[in-house]
Design a protein around this ligand. Structure first.
Ligand code: TYD
Length: 135
């Protein structure tokens, strides 16, 4: 996978005097069939999440509130995406190393994933990740 395969996808935004509404649907906005969702919240200041890649799992991450940075790495290039709007999602294919950092106090990171959770899908050793990339 290449860094260019990571992309920000804008979600629909229905503006209303009563408040705004956004939504996502698999295939139209999320480029995979959704198997799972999870969320990260109450992250203490300065903490870093992630620090791994997945062999198969693909993800779509939204900052539903607050802000944080997602640093992605394809084994050759790194890129930082700052997420701070609830109507943008970051698509990260499998085979990309990612870290999440600079969480604001009220940050709420919502993720939909293409696979069920399984620890064997994780690559947590950066050198092993580089070996896979440079194979
Ligand atoms: P992990 O994916 O390492 O968190 P992050 O990448 O955000 O730092 O997951 C942390 C722990 O939560 C780990 O013990 C596995 C567990 N977990 C599940 O049980 N199910 C899930 O869907 C996820 C994402 C994690």
């Amino acid at each position: 996978m290449k860094i260019e395969d990571v992309e920000v996808i804008e979600l629909p935004k229905i503006l209303d005097d009563r408040g705004n509404l956004s939504f996502l649907e698999e295939h139209s906005h999320v480029p995979f069939k959704i198997r799972r969702s999870y969320w990260i919240y109450d992250v203490p200041g300065g903490e870093i999440r992630g620090g791994h890649s997945y062999k198969i799992n693909r993800e779509f991450i939204i900052a539903l509130s607050g802000s944080f940075d997602v640093v992605v790495d394809d084994g050759y290039l790194k890129k930082t995406f700052s997420l701070n709007r609830s109507y943008y999602g970051l698509y990260i294919p499998n085979g990309i190393w990612r870290s999440m950092e600079n969480f604001s106090t009220n940050a709420f990171a919502f993720t939909v994933a293409s696979e069920d959770y399984t620890d064997t899908d994780y690559v947590r050793d950066y050198n092993e990740f580089l070996e896979i990339c440079h194979d």
